[in-house]
Design a protein around this ligand. Structure first.
Ligand code: GRF
Length: 219
């Protein structure tokens, strides 16, 4: 089977993008990172992508003023020109219209730093700390028009520690993100993810039965 051509959309440092680029170096990875697009000129991730030999493009949304549709048409054109099969949002800080999302049905993924549907939106780590949850984490989901709401492909959980700071918790979650996004992209690129009734079904994956207890019992 030919490798799926993936575009990664970023706005910033691009550490998830880098994790996807690294994973796709493996000969048996079913996708290649064909393009990295940033809406922010000089985003740190652009330089990292170029250094890794990946084609990059910048589509500065500010150049389109309030015309969100024109920005998205420009973005869509670049994706078509590059014969992209799958789109991965990785810290891409633009809301997308239903039109754009509709161009990529079940073919656009996003990573969110929380165990969805908890803590949609921004400042997830601070909100998790304030809520006093004992488990936090990250989710990769299929993008639908409503923000952070699509069918969940994969999730990774981490314990929240008594003495956690926002930065410490964010770093613990980020390490999980870097494992989770390649895993989720692999499943989608292999055609093992089907969406039924708003839920993702994953074919041919062992079902884990281990529980993560916080605090652990018997400690
Ligand atoms: C990540 O925490 C991701 O989950 C969120 O934005 C952050 C992007 O970080 N959507 P990076 O640019 O991938 O380093």
């Amino acid at each position: 089977m030919s490798r799926k051509r993936v575009a990664v959309l970023i706005s910033g440092r691009g550490s998830n993008m880098a994790a996807l680029i690294d994973a796709a170096k493996a000969a048996d990875f079913p996708a290649e990172i064909a393009l990295v697009v940033s809406n922010v000129p000089n985003a740190a991730g652009l330089a990292a992508a170029a250094k890794a030999g990946i084609a990059t493009a910048t589509i500065d949304h500010t150049a389109f003023g309030k015309d969100r549709a024109a920005f998205e048409r420009a973005l869509h054109d670049v994706l078509l020109q590059n014969r992209i099969d799958l789109v991965c949002l990785a810290g891409f800080m633009r809301l997308l219209t239903p039109w754009f999302v509709g161009q990529w049905p079940n073919r656009m993924l996003n990573i969110h730093p929380a165990l969805l549907p908890a803590f949609k939106g921004l400042d997830t780590h601070a909100r998790a700390l304030a809520a006093g949850v004992k488990l936090h984490g990250a989710s990769v989901h299929i993008v639908v028009p409503e923000m952070d709401s699509g069918p969940i492909i994969a999730q990774g959980a981490v314990p929240v520690r008594e003495d956690d700071t926002e930065a410490a918790l964010a770093a613990r979650v980020l390490a999980v993100e870097h494992r989770l996004y390649p895993l989720a992209l692999r499943l989608v690129a292999e055609g093992r993810v089907t969406v039924e009734g708003g839920r993702c079904r994953i074919a041919g994956q062992p079902e884990p039965d281990t529980a993560l207890l916080v605090p652990p019992d018997g400690a």
